[in-house]
Design a protein around this ligand. Structure first.
Ligand code: FAD
Length: 358
């Protein structure tokens, strides 16, 4: 079968944006997505998360995102994505979980179980939701209580009457404390001192994105954009603040025991639940056969010419674009990256094959 000109893996914000720009530029593209239904990671977020709780969902190209309000984010955003796929005739094949991508001469071979596709270029938009990160602490396996990660957060009611230790210094931890401290006993630990801001200003966000961008241009592992913008309390977190719930216990505990956690100085806290709000890593295991990692531990991206372009092209294989990765790991960044990736694909497809791939 004739190879595709481009193949997009993942149909969250990043994949939909990339697919839209590719198709608009006339690139013959196929989109594969592992989920049963439209919505990317948003369909898996907890029921209690409303559109008022999220930091903001950027508009996909040419379509206004759902407004703020009391609607459940795990319904409103998937409905928006589903309507977008239909309106823009994005033919997403699902559920298709890609297992591997290998290089076959000038082409890339994408495999999912028994099925496979050949393509000249690839846009990877697989997000992070499927790779929750939990740091290792001695005694992890001894704990008899419950351990949960953000990816499996069941909503506040589950925690009533339980003593909950929340681990992590990002936006999710701040939200969980805001929801849980008014209804049950909470403790908070973070590895680093949190940086507080009065509110999110555009300049801080811009600086954060630049910092992460610098890292990926050097081949370093990206830090999360959100983790470097700093933390701000919103009205729905004021009650927890009044209760003193944002006073963190420091430093981090040294080990986990059967019923709680112990610090290096010997002190001990009994807890019923450890809630790991410790973030996610990029879900890129299927790209391992391409050996895209640099010795610095990340995947180096190269800048694309043109003002406002987000780096998406991998330094070691120009056929592969990463969107929703590093500096573009936010809904607004994912949108921009989709456009940059499509431009890079078009440049590559129109170049001489030897020049483009060499
Ligand atoms: P996703 O939405 O995760 O989409 C990835 C898609 O790839 C999925 O549909 C998945 O099925 C598919 N996929 C994964 N692996 C494979 C595979 N091997 N084969 C085929 N398909 C695959 N950002 C904001 O801008 N505003 C917010 O308010 C906000 N809130 C957040 C709240 C939480 C709890 C978290 C964890 C993140 C939040 N973010 C927010 C970050 C934001 O979610 C992301 O930057 C953005 O939505 C991710 O879009 P994406 O397309 O990169 O990934």
């Amino acid at each position: 079968m004739e190879p595709w000109e481009s193949l997009v893996i993942g149909a969250g914000q990043a994949g939909l944006s990339a697919a839209h720009h590719l198709l608009r530029r006339g690139v013959r593209t196929v989109i594969l997505d592992a989920d049963e239904a439209p919505g990317g990671a948003w369909q898996h977020r907890w029921d209690a998360l409303t559109m008022d709780d999220v930091h903001g969902v950027a508009d996909l190209p040419e379509a206004a995102a759902p407004p703020r309000g009391a609607a459940r984010a795990n319904r409103a955003v998937p409905d928006y994505f589903a309507a977008y796929e239909q309106a823009h005739r994005l033919d997403v094949q699902r559920p298709v979980r890609v297992d591997s991508v290998t290089s076959v001469g000038d082409l890339l071979q994408v495999r999912a179980g028994e099925r496979s596709w050949l393509t000249r270029t690839l846009v990877n938009a697989t997000g992070t939701w499927t790779r929750p990160f939990i740091p290792h602490y001695p005694g992890h396996e001894l704990f008899r209580g419950e351990q949960l990660h953000t990816a499996g957060y069941p909503g506040p009611d589950h925690f009533r009457g339980k003593r909950v230790l929340i681990v992590g210094g990002g936006a999710s931890a701040v939200q969980f404390i805001g929801a849980l401290a008014p209804i049950t006993e909470t403790l908070w630990v973070t590895r680093r001192e949190p940086v507080w801001r009065e509110e999110f200003d555009g300049e801080a966000g811009y600086q954060a994105v630049q910092m992460v961008q610098e890292r990926v241009l050097q081949g370093l592992a990206p830090q999360s954009v959100v983790s470097v913008t700093g933390l701000a309390l919103r009205p729905q977190e004021r009650r927890a603040q009044e209760l003193g719930a944002y006073r963190r216990r420091k430093p981090m505990f040294a080990s986990i025991e059967e019923d709680g956690v112990r610090w290096a100085d010997g002190s001990y806290e009994q807890v019923d639940v450890i809630l790991w709000a410790t973030g996610f890593r990029a879900a890129l295991g299927h790209l391992a056969p391409l050996h895209l990692r640099s010795p610095e531990g990340g995947i180096q991206l190269v800048g694309t010419p043109g003002a406002g372009q987000t780096p998406t092209q991998t330094a070691l294989d120009p056929r592969v674009q990463l969107v929703g990765y590093g500096p573009s790991a936010s809904t607004i960044g994912a949108n921009r990256a989709g456009r940059s990736a499509a431009a890079a694909v078009v440049r590559l497809l129109s170049a001489e094959p030897e020049a483009a791939l060499g």
